[in-house]
Write a protein that binds this ligand. Structure first.
Ligand code: ATP
Ligand code: PRP
Length: 215
């Protein structure tokens, strides 16, 4: 049986950046990669197999070993806290995690409420600040929460800042910079080290040109 390397790719925003990066590194990804609805993709005459997952699920596929390696945002890696090795900062899909809110807001109640898709990161952040807050978990459209009185603040991804601006919110504090990382299953790394190192070595010079590298 072919000793496939299975790579979990995040659908959505990161996918396009990730495909571009892999092509730059010399992987011959067919053009249909960006248009197909297939969830398992192969490259002819190669032992690479790609699976397309929701970004938030990539680290889960890698932890369970059904994917040997994966590409995931640092936000997702920190939030999901999966047992994976983070091997390379790919520098793609850059954005930041920030606290935002309405300007000149008046607190609604004695407890500060924070809405977020990232409860772990938000809890950790406010704990480090020594602030007690109520975290309200949402799945999207986080900016809605302070507008409609559900929360005092949000913790969310900011990229261009357009969503904040168009909703009259302001960025208050940057929590961290976010980029996508190459993650690896620890057992796969032991068993398929040569093939996985080959991929990392192909990516490194491309990534270094853009100014990032190993953590
Ligand atoms: N403006 C942005 N908003 C959200 N994520 C971004 C942004 N820019 C870069 N990213 C990165 O892309 C990843 C999320 O991509 P995407 O928005 O496609 O996922 P998602 O919102 O979880 O997917 P879906 O739309 O299917 O729910 C994040 O984990 C983050 O690392
Ligand atoms: O600074 P910007 O460039 O405006 O990008 C930031 C927005 O993009 C993301 O939302 P997404 O589009 O993933 O939708 P969601 O609300 O469903 O998470 C993020 O949660 C912000 O809302």
């Amino acid at each position: 049986m072919t000793d496939y390397i299975t790579i979990a790719m995040p659908k959505g925003r990161i996918f396009y950046d990730a495909c571009h990066l892999l092509r730059e590194a010399g992987f011959d990804l067919p053009n249909e990669f960006e248009t197909t609805r297939k969830l398992i993709l192969t490259i002819e005459n190669s032992n690479f197999r790609f699976i397309l997952a929701k970004p938030v699920d990539v680290a889960t596929y890698v932890e369970y070993g059904v994917a040997d390696i994966g590409i995931a945002g640092k936000d997702v890696i920190l939030e999901s806290n999966r047992n994976v090795y983070e091997m390379l900062d790919l520098g793609i899909s850059a954005c930041r995690m920030a606290v935002a809110g309405l300007p000149n807001r008046k607190q609604q109640s004695s407890v500060t409420k924070v809405a977020t898709k990232y409860p772990t990161i938000a809890t950790e952040y406010f704990k480090k600040q020594g602030k007690q807050v109520d975290i309200i978990s949402l799945n999207g459209s986080i900016e809605l929460a302070p507008l409609i009185g559900l929360s005092d603040y949000i913790v969310d991804i900011v990229s261009t800042g357009q969503t904040l601006r168009e909703n009259g919110l302001v960025e208050l504090t940057k929590i961290m910079e976010i980029t996508s990382r190459l993650i690896v299953n620890p057992v796969s790394y032991r068993l398929k080290k040569k093939n996985i190192d080959y991929i990392i070595e192909k990516l490194k010079p491309i990534v270094e040109v853009t100014g990032v590298g190993m953590d």
